[in-house]
Design a protein around this ligand. Structure first.
Ligand SMILES: [Zn+2]
Length: 173
């Protein structure tokens, strides 16, 4: 329980190892993917193969597609599994996203057997990788991804702040 209390105060300090140059580059690619989201909250995601080759990128398209599951992570995982491997498994792959994933996306990356998650800003309201829950590293799961959070946090948070400043009344869940 001591750990849980610390997580709430400062998840970044306690749960994440230092970001590598590759982690930073991956989040930077996710930031690029987030741009141009129109009415959608600008959240971007990329999937990298085990050797670091970008397989797919996507931005949140919930409004555009009228689909509650069209989060950036889900769209990027779907696109990556179409071109990588022999089915749905993304073993050895990295998912990079600008915002701490929600429960749905954290669950999806575990189901896809993604090996590493790198994300930008912490999401204290809905985050499921250390903030509210830790779906990805639950000890009861046989597959647990490595996690690096808080990478380029200020830049990733600024994407969202700029969007909400420009779009008063448009709320995210
Ligand atoms: Zn999500």
């Amino acid at each position: 329980m001591r750990i849980r209390r610390r997580v709430r105060q400062d998840p970044g300090r306690d749960l994440s190892p230092a970001a590598s140059a590759a982690d930073i580059a991956a989040v930077r690619a996710a930031i690029v993917a987030a741009r141009g989201a129109g009415d959608d909250v600008p959240i971007g995601a990329v999937v990298l193969s085990p050797d670091g080759t970008p397989l797919a990128s996507a931005r949140n398209a919930r409004e555009e597609l009228g689909d509650p599951t069209a989060h950036a992570e889900i769209l990027a995982l779907r696109a990556a599994s179409e071109i990588y491997g022999d089915g749905w498994r993304l073993e050895g792959c990295t998912l990079a996203v600008t915002l701490e994933p929600c429960t749905m996306c954290a669950g999806a990356l575990v189901m896809a057997r993604v090996s590493k998650l790198v994300f930008g800003a912490w999401e204290p309201k809905t985050g499921a990788v250390g903030s509210l829950w830790d779906v990805v590293r639950d000890r009861r799961l046989s597959h647990r991804a490595e996690v690096v959070g808080g990478v380029l946090q200020a830049e990733c948070a600024a994407l969202l702040e700029d969007f909400f400043h420009g779009q008063r009344g448009n709320r995210t869940g």
